[in-house]
Design a binder for this molecule. Structure first.
Ligand code: NAD
Length: 251
């Protein structure tokens, strides 16, 4: 299916690498203008330049999406550059893997803030600009860890499960405005977030044994799914979650 997002602007948090970078490139290829939001100027510039080299349009905006002040500033900068974006991908997130009793409160909050609070702040800043346009798309990055879990994932699973609730409630608030709100729940994808697993042969084998497809996901597969959710064809999909996990949660 040919997906044409010409005339749309997509804001992507955590767009400097990994799944965010892949979604940015896929949406740009479909014709959307891309506003990358993250903290690493050099990596953001590399992604912006790569998109431009492929004939796309992108700009980056440096900010911490857990900071209310940064989100307000970035929202202003994005609107000045591109007008009001109609696509928002809340992709930024972090994972700290350790048992609950070893967590500091600061660490727990940082995991919750990176996925959940950032999504609240970004939606509050960008959703009003989608209203009245007859089209809007919000994609929130949950995880299989929002559905099942593993030891050492209390904060991460809490944040990713909470995103499913935020998504359902916001979808109901926005459905009449033709703005869809959905989650993606990836299984294991070969990104920097997982190098600690991939570089440990025992852990790597454990992970792969849990994936019926027998492999790590490819970031491009998330890009294609994000494009589909942003297409006109997906206008009736809202308030839900799409697992993309090679079968991890099927058993
Ligand atoms: P990654 O660590 O490679 O990239 C995360 C991105 O988020 C980076 O660009 C980082 O700079 C940005 N980020 C984090 N905190 C931020 C903050 N406070 N402000 C601005 N930017 C911030 O991770 P990834 O694997 O690409 O994962 C992307 C999303 O997908 C995350 O939400 C993650 O939880 C989720 N996810 C990943 C996997 C996986 O296997 N890789 C599986 C399930 C869900």
């Amino acid at each position: 299916m040919k997906i044409d997002l010409t005339g749309r602007t997509a804001v992507i948090t955590g767009g400097s690498r990994g799944l965010g970078e892949a979604m940015a490139k896929a949406l740009a290829e479909a014709g959307a203008w891309i506003a990358l939001v993250a903290r690493d100027t050099q990596k953001l510039a590399e992604v912006r330049d790569a998109i431009a080299k492929s004939g796309g349009v992108a700009e980056f905006f440096v900010g911490d999406v857990t900071s209310e002040a940064d989100v307000a500033r970035v929202a202003g900068e994005v609107k000045q550059r591109f007008g009001a974006p109609q696509i928002l991908v809340n992709n930024a997130g972090i994972n700290i893997r350790k048992n609950l009793v070893d967590y500091t409160l600061e660490e727990f909050r940082s995991v919750m803030d990176a996925s959940l609070t950032s999504t609240f702040l970004m939606c509050r800043a960008f959703v009003p600009g989608m209203k009245g346009t007859g089209y809007g798309r919000v994609i929130n990055m949950s995880s299989i860890m929002g559905h099942v879990s593993l030891p050492g994932r209390t904060a991460y699973s809490s944040a990713k499960t909470a995103l499913l609730g935020l998504t359902r409630a916001l979808a109901l608030e926005l459905a009449a405005d033709a703005i869809t709100v959905n989650c993606l729940s990836p299984g294991p994808f070969a990104t920097e977030m997982n190098t600690v697993v991939m570089n440990n042969p025992e852990l790597n084998a454990q992970f792969l044994a849990a994936v019926p497809a027998g492999r790590w996901g490819d970031a491009g597969e998330i890009g294609s799914l994000a494009c589909y959710l942003c297409s006109e064809a997906a206008g009736f999909i809202t308030g839900t979650d799409i697992l993309i996990d090679g079968g991890w949660t099927a058993h």
